[in-house]
Design a protein around this ligand. Structure first.
Ligand SMILES: NC(=O)c1ccc[n+]([C@@H]2O[C@H](COP(=O)([O-])OP(=O)(O)OC[C@H]3O[C@@H](n4cnc5c(N)ncnc54)[C@H](O)[C@@H]3O)[C@@H](O)[C@H]2O)c1
Ligand SMILES: N[C@H](CO)Cc1c[nH]c[nH+]1
Ligand SMILES: [Zn+2]
Length: 428
């Protein structure tokens, strides 16, 4: 982890260098992913089984999860966990219900009705990561907004373990959400299967959900044939903290995202050199007691940064340049800073709102834009599962009133057939 005294005029160079490194890692997966997608499109299930054997170390007979397997998982998991899943589901449902947009129609003038019809996407695929860790929380975060939108057909994919089974906590989360169409396949091969369809897996219209660089690259490549939500890559956290922030809290939260992936990034922006130093000590102390030390160590070493800035305004300006997936504000009055924040996937305010609260329980979605894409994209939400159609109705009298202007407009574009479609209706 490096401490950098940041002059905002010189910071672009440092950030560019830092972001370029992420870009290089991602593009190295391209060739592999292209080959996988090509094979899946050509060979279907046979390719899925071959890649699952290669990458997940298991030879599958049946790709689809059977209902008995879901039952077995639900009986296996602790009753308390099922209850917590239910409570988290309720919070996520409450939050996402507020996002739902309705169809509308309006009588504009005499004989004119305009509107917008909102329709759920017919079939979506949900990717649930399962390589280095199992993510039952990602089942809730992907499935619930789709269900609020009213998507009638949802297929879930996730890589199997070496025993050929899906992690029971993932199946339990699927059970709590009522997801029953589940396939034991992950990585780029699962994205190919959802996009092209195979003998077992019917194709979908849209693929959502986070995953590693192979998943992210594959989603980018099938985009256009199907829609995708976003490229949600390795996790990121950026903490803006003043000199009064508790270094234990700051270190703990930086580590919380560092444990996801070697490629995860953890950044502190502070006005206090003393805090920066204490956070570094705390990171070493806390990491020694945590499980996924190897992953955290690498991500913190390679992508851990502490920026020292002149004041809190400069801190926010820098955070806006980074456009992090998660932004925590540990400062005296975080709400006063909120209007200055322009780019962040999710914003956590105050000392008692740690990022993991949002990962599991608070209600907002944890699938968020990464790698600076919060400059132009939003968290996964109900809108991602809906599309809109415009509605237009003109009575004959209303058409007659505007016919000359529309005919004139069409003729200016040189499109006489367009003009004609109006003329034939108003000519007597
Ligand atoms: N942004 C979010 O909302 C969010 C949420 C949860 C997890 N995440 C991120 O998702 C990612 C999960 O990654 P993961 O690896 O644990 O699980 P994953 O399920 O995304 O990927 C595992 C799969 O990757 C494929 N794979 C592994 N090595 C490969 C190789 N050398 N070549 C080709 N394919 C290969 C295999 O098919 C394997 O099944 C992490 O980066 C984590 O930070 C993000
Ligand atoms: N922090 C991740 C998104 O970057 C989501 C997650 C799931 N489980 C734990 N965390
Ligand atoms: Zn997390």
């Amino acid at each position: 982890m490096k401490i950098i005294s940041a002059d905002l005029n010189e910071i672009d160079g440092i950030l560019d260098q830092y972001l370029k490194r992420q870009g290089e890692v991602i593009s190295s997966a391209d060739e592999v992913v292209e080959e996988i997608l090509y094979d899946v499109q050509k060979k279907g299930d046979e390719a899925l089984k071959a890649y699952t054997a290669k990458f997940d170390g298991v030879q599958l007979d049946c790709i689809q999860v059977l209902s008995g397997e879901i039952e077995e998982a639900v009986n296996f998991v602790e009753k308390e966990f099922l209850e917590i899943l239910e409570e988290a589901k309720k919070n996520i449902l409450d939050y996402h219900m507020r996002q739902k947009q309705n169809s509308w129609m309006t009588h504009k003038d005499d004989g004119i009705i305009l509107g917008q019809m909102v329709t759920p996407i017919e079939r979506v695929g949900i990717y649930v990561p399962g390589g280095k860790a199992a993510y039952p929380s990602s089942v809730l975060m992907n499935a619930i907004p789709a269900q609020v939108a009213g998507v009638p057909s949802i297929a879930m994919v996730t890589p199997p373990g070496k025993d050929g089974k899906i992690h029971p906590y993932i199946l339990a989360a699927a059970y709590v959400c009522g997801i029953t169409e589940i396939y034991k396949v992950g990585g780029a091969q699962s994205i190919g299967a959802l996009a092209f369809g195979t003998q077992t897996i019917p194709p979908v219209c849209k693929i959502v959900g986070p995953g590693n660089m192979y998943v992210a690259r594959a989603k980018r490549k099938v985009f256009g044939m199907v829609d995708i939500d976003m490229i949600a890559g390795p996790s990121e956290i950026c903490i803006v903290a003043d000199e009064d922030a508790d270094p234990r809290f700051v270190a703990a939260d930086l580590l919380s995202q560092g444990e996801h992936d070697e490629e995860a990034s953890s950044i502190l922006i502070t006005t206090s050199v003393a805090l920066g130093k204490k956070v570094m000590e705390e990171i070493s102390r806390q990491m020694a007691c945590l499980d996924r030390r190897d992953i955290m160590k690498k991500s913190i070493e390679d992508r851990g940064l502490i920026f020292i800035v002149s004041d809190m305004d400069a801190a926010i300006q820098l955070a806006n340049k980074i456009a992090p997936e998660h932004l925590e504000i540990m400062a005296e009055n975080p709400f006063l800073m909120l209007p200055k924040i322009k780019n962040a996937g999710a914003i956590f305010l105050g000392n008692y709102t740690p990022e993991p609260l949002g990962d599991y329980f608070a209600g907002p979605n944890h699938t968020l834009p990464t790698q600076g894409t919060a400059r132009f994209s939003s968290p996964l939400g109900v809108d991602d599962f809906m599309k809109k159609s415009s509605i237009i109705y003109y009575h004959k009298n209303a058409l007659e009133k505007v016919q000359e202007k529309v005919i004139y407009f069409a003729e200016k574009e040189g499109l006489t057939a367009h003009a004609n479609s109006i003329k034939v209706r108003v000519e007597r």
